[in-house]
Write a protein that binds this ligand. Structure first.
Ligand code: GLP
Length: 234
C-alpha cells in the first residue's frame, strides 16, 4: 500500500489528478471504475481543466461507475449517473460508446447486474478503480458485513449511509432503501486501486485501515490488494 498524505485540499486534488493522469499516460485505453460523492468532485474538475488545456485526455478510456441507487435512472438528478454526467462525462464530451453506467431503473435489476459484469469482463476487467470511502467504511455501496466474493449486485443500504446522504442533500428527498454496486470481488480484481480519503467523518474507517481485514469495515478488504494507493487529506 502506498499512502500519499496531503495537508491542503489543493494538494489533495493535484496529487490525485497527477496520479490519474500518469496512469492514463501509461495506458490511455484504460478501463476505469469511478465513484460518486463529495470527495472526487475536485479531482473531476481538475481532470476536466487539464483536458481543456490539452494536457491529458480520457477519450480512449472506457468508463464504468461504481454504484447507483435502485429505482433511479440517468434522468433523475439524484442518480449517480446524472452526477457522473454532470461532473465528468458531459464536460469532457465523452462518447457514449465509451461509457457504461449502472441503470438503477432497469426493469430487471439482476439482469442489469449480470449485463454489467459481462461488459466489465468484455473489457478485460478494470484497470483503475477509484474509490471514495463511506463513514462506515463502505466502498461503492458494499456495506459493513457484506460478502467480499461478489461482483455487481443489489444491496440494502444501511441506515447510517441513508442518514449521511439525507444530511448531504440540500433538499429533503426519499433516499432509496437499496442500491446496485460493483462488488468487492470486482474491486479486488482491478489492476490498480486509488482510494481517496477526505473528511474528519472518515477517521474511524481510516483507522480501520491501520489494522487487519475485518468485514465490519469493507474498506479493509483492500489491504490484500497488490496495487493500492491512498491519497488522503489529513
Ligand atoms: C456514497 C457512495 C460511495 C462514496 C461514499 C463517500 O455512499 N456510495 O461510492 O464513495 O458515499 O462519499 P463522499 O465522498 O461524499 O464522502
Amino acid at each position: 500500500m502506498r499512502v500519499l498524505t496531503e495537508h491542503s485540499p489543493h494538494g489533495f486534488t493535484i496529487t490525485a489528478a497527477n496520479w490519474v493522469a500518469n496512469h492514463l499516460k501509461s495506458k490511455p485505453q484504460s478501463t476505469l471504475a469511478l465513484p460518486t460523492g463529495q470527495t472526487p468532485l475536485s479531482l473531476y474538475a481538475e481532470l476536466v481543466a487539464r483536458t481543456k488545456m490539452r494536457q491529458m485526455s480520457l477519450n480512449s478510456a472506457y468508463i464504468f461507475n461504481l454504484d447507483e441507487y435502485c429505482g433511479l435512472g440517468k434522468a433523475d438528478p439524484h442518480s449517480y449517473s446524472a452526477f457522473l454526467h454532470q461532473h465528468l462525462i458531459d464536460p469532457l464530451n465523452l462518447h457514449s460508446k465509451n461509457v457504461r453506467l449502472l441503470q438503477g431503473d432497469a426493469p430487471d435489476l439482476q439482469a442489469e447486474c449480470q449485463s454489467y459484469d459481462a461488459e466489465i469482463a468484455h473489457h478485460d476487467g478494470i484497470d483503475l478503480c477509484i474509490l471514495g470511502l463511506g463513514t462506515n467504511g463502505h466502498i461503492g455501496f458494499n456495506e459493513p458485513q457484506s460478502a467480499w466474493n461478489l461482483r455487481t449486485h443489489r444491496v440494502n443500504l444501511s441506515e447510517e449511509t441513508r442518514a449521511v446522504h439525507a444530511r448531504q442533500s440540500p433538499q429533503p428527498w426519499a433516499i432509496p432503501t437499496h442500491g446496485l454496486t460493483m462488488g468487492i470481488q470486482t474491486v479486488l480484481e482491478a489492476r490498480n486501486v486509488l482510494l481517496l480519503i477526505a473528511g474528519a467523518n472518515k477517521r474511524g474507517a481510516r483507522d480501520a485501515l491501520r489494522g487487519h481485514a475485518d468485514p465490519k469495515w469493507p474498506v479493509t478488504s483492500l489491504l490484500s490488494h497488490p496495487n493500492l494507493t491512498i491519497v488522503e487529506l489529513s
